[in-house]
Design a protein around this ligand. Sequence first.
Ligand SMILES: Cc1cc2nc3c(=O)[nH]c(=O)nc-3n(C[C@H](O)[C@H](O)[C@H](O)COP(=O)(O)OP(=O)(O)OC[C@H]3O[C@@H](n4cnc5c(N)ncnc54)[C@H](O)[C@@H]3O)c2cc1C
Length: 383
Amino acid sequence: MDLWSLEPVALPAELEALRTNVRAFLAGELAAGRIASRCDQWLGGWDPGFSRRLGERGWIGMAFPERYGGSAAGALARFVLTEELLAAGAPVAAHWIADRQTGPGLLRFGTEEQKQAFLPRIARGECFFAAAMSEPDTGSDLASVRARGTRADGGWRLSGTKVWTSGAHRAHAMIVLARTEPRTADRHAGLTQFIVELPDPAVRIRPILLLTGEHHFNEVVLDDVFVPDARVLGEPGSGWHQVTGELAMERSGPERILSTFPLLAAAMDDLAERGDQAGAARVGTLVARLWALRQASLAVAGRLDAGAAPAVEAAAIKDLGTRFESVVTDTVRLLSRVVPDPGSDRRLPRLLAESILHGPGFTLRGGTNEILRGVVAKELGVR
Ligand SMILES: Cc1cc2nc3c(=O)[nH]c(=O)nc-3n(C[C@H](O)[C@H](O)[C@H](O)COP(=O)(O)OP(=O)(O)OC[C@H]3O[C@@H](n4cnc5c(N)ncnc54)[C@H](O)[C@@H]3O)c2cc1C
């Protein structure tokens, strides 16, 4: 069995021009004070204005075809863009889920009407999505979701509770995973994905606050929500297959290795200023690890560009990548001579505080390490 089928990818030369353009744009945004560089902005940096400015440049939906408002530039171009946005700590959370997983999901499974209705707006940075998969007591065990969809005249009625739904309070729609057939021995059968447009009077969205008091995720109660047939995504009953494809998109990207990159960069500047050679050597080993992870993540983008679904590779990279993100925080904490302070106007104490406070989520979101290792073990035939 060919478990690890990643080929090294060399980025085409023309993508260097894209990288230069993105860097120049971001430098302008930072210099003008329109955005600030922070850690973990792909979860926390909700800035619709910035998303629209990216959309105007064709930098959302780079993997969508042109007829749906995308630039058809492909996964490698999107990788370069994503890398630059994350390295700069730019506020990309508003469009992140729509660009990364909803758009590709609509392209694969959506009806023509759904594609026309959502993809151009996503690409313009005007339509944001949330992913409503997790539930209380079923988080890692998605096959046991209890939200139910029952047949109604012209559509379906959804009831149940979702949890950790990032951005649902500000999104224009969310993709809800619900059980639409009674549970059988095949736990993966009978699940369906629905597009629920927001706000909806039958959807109650309650905040779950982060350690910092920030509001990014939510508990979402679906109280007999009507969803017309036209808003069923894909085939009723095929939700498991669709959602696992979505998770492969969700797990493999550079956001799984770069949430704390702004901190790493700030620490390198600090060590250089203080002439700390031993500290610089420690950070050097982190940079070497980062480079290896980056090559693996890039190779997954290459496989996606070739039309493959590298779920096992994505799981392994997420496990390694998110643990690396936490090591960056721990190492900088040990090496730096600053007290973490989220309110500081100095870069290093503020970025360190953000990384520490957001850190507990790194290895959980998108699938916990134990679950990811289970995915790999299953493929190896040892589970
Ligand atoms: C910052 C953040 C953002 C998130 N955003 C979203 C979102 O937008 N949409 C969404 O749907 N979800 C979201 N989530 C939810 C996230 O994907 C879940 O937290 C995750 O899937 C784990 O579920 P849980 O928290 O219920 O933990 P549980 O499933 O209760 O797991 C608890 C622990 O038990 C372990 N465990 C569970 N089952 C097994 C098993 N069979 N074998 C071995 N170990 C096991 C887990 O690995 C974990 O360590 C987000 C989470 C975070 C932290």
